[in-house]
Design a protein around this ligand. Structure first.
Ligand code: SF4
Length: 303
């Protein structure tokens, strides 16, 4: 069984939607190749409910692939519409959401889902990895580049193809028309990623120079967005999307906005990164610690 996910709930992340709407056949071809490699006979594409255009495009692509004869009885492809919880970015949660989205199919396996959908061996791919697989198979290139969502204070926001090791400044200049005036910060990789200031845009976007940069997105923030406002947004996002299953993340999310100095907030972040059960809670501190590093005097109300 092969299961790609087209569900992105982070601010500044729209790659799956754009790719699935614009080139569903490439995603389907990547899925077909991945399924053949795994000898899978059944594939499920999980798309978030809000992606109505992507859903229609993928349905049409499946129909056309059957009509053209390259998708046949060897692989059954089904769409499952998700309800958009952020936690479905985590693999076991995604698999459980798919099972719940198809209650008619088979009884639920015991939780946690360690052995794949309904206990069957399951391979999970992202939309981007399927697209990269298809690009690599059809053109021989693809592994040396990735797709980056660029949004905010740039002249031409959109999805940009970037070579590995390019800097944020190069990606913005060459793929997004350049910065607008008055840029102060860039959120790299969404609310679980990193914050760079305008002087750090010449850092190569790779794990060596920007560890923990997360998925491919650059959200460029103008001077209108203060470090405090960004911190509050990160706090609200964590509180809204924490599933509440473990104490470190649930209680940490409620305490973050109440911290009144750097020391207290740093200590709380250390507890969350070491004690949270999943990546969501463990990665929450990354951008917050960047804000503390870059703007220590601007995060807290003056006493
Ligand atoms: S860290 Fe804990 S509470 Fe937060 S999302 Fe993960 S399991 Fe849920």
């Amino acid at each position: 069984m092969s299961s790609p996910a087209g569900d992105e709930g982070e601010p500044g992340s729209f790659l799956d939607r754009v790719v699935t709407e614009d080139d569903p056949h490439a995603v389907l071809a990547g899925l077909h190749a991945a399924a053949r490699a795994a000898d899978a006979r059944e594939a499920i594409i999980y798309l978030r409910a809000e992606y109505v255009g992507a859903h229609r495009a993928m349905e049409r692509a499946i129909h056309e692939a059957h009509a053209a004869g390259w998708l046949g009885d060897d692989l059954h492809v089904e769409l499952v519409i998700g309800q958009g919880p952020y936690i479905c970015g985590e693999e076991a949660s995604l698999l459980r959401a798919i099972e719940r989205g198809r209650p008619h199919a088979r009884p639920l396996a015991p939780f946690p889902v360690h052995r794949g959908l309904w206990g069957c061996p399951t391979v999970v791919h992202s939309v981007e990895s399927l697209l990269t697989l298809n690009t690599t198979l059809t053109t021989g290139r693809g592994q040396d580049r990735r797709l980056i969502c660029v949004s905010g204070a740039v002249r031409e926001p959109g999805v940009v193809e970037a070579l590995h090791g390019m800097t944020a400044g190069q990606i913005i200049d060459e793929g997004a028309g350049g910065l607008k005036d008055g840029v102060r910060m860039v959120l790299v990789g969404g609310p679980r990623g990193r914050v760079l200031n305008a002087d750090e845009l010449d850092l190569p976007l790779d794990p060596e120079h920007v560890p923990g940069m997360g998925y491919g997105s650059l959200m460029v923030l103008s001077e209108d967005v203060t470090p405090r406002a960004l911190a509050e947004h990160l706090f609200q996002f964590t509180a809204a999307e924490s599933c509440g299953a473990c104490t470190a993340c649930r209680v940490g999310a409620s305490l973050m906005p109440k911290m009144v100095d750097s020391e207290a907030l740093t200590t709380l972040m250390e507890h969350m990164s070491s004690a949270a059960r999943c990546g969501f809670g463990r990665e929450t501190p990354r951008p917050v610690l960047d804000l503390l590093r870059l703007y220590p005097g601007e995060l807290f109300p003056h006493k």
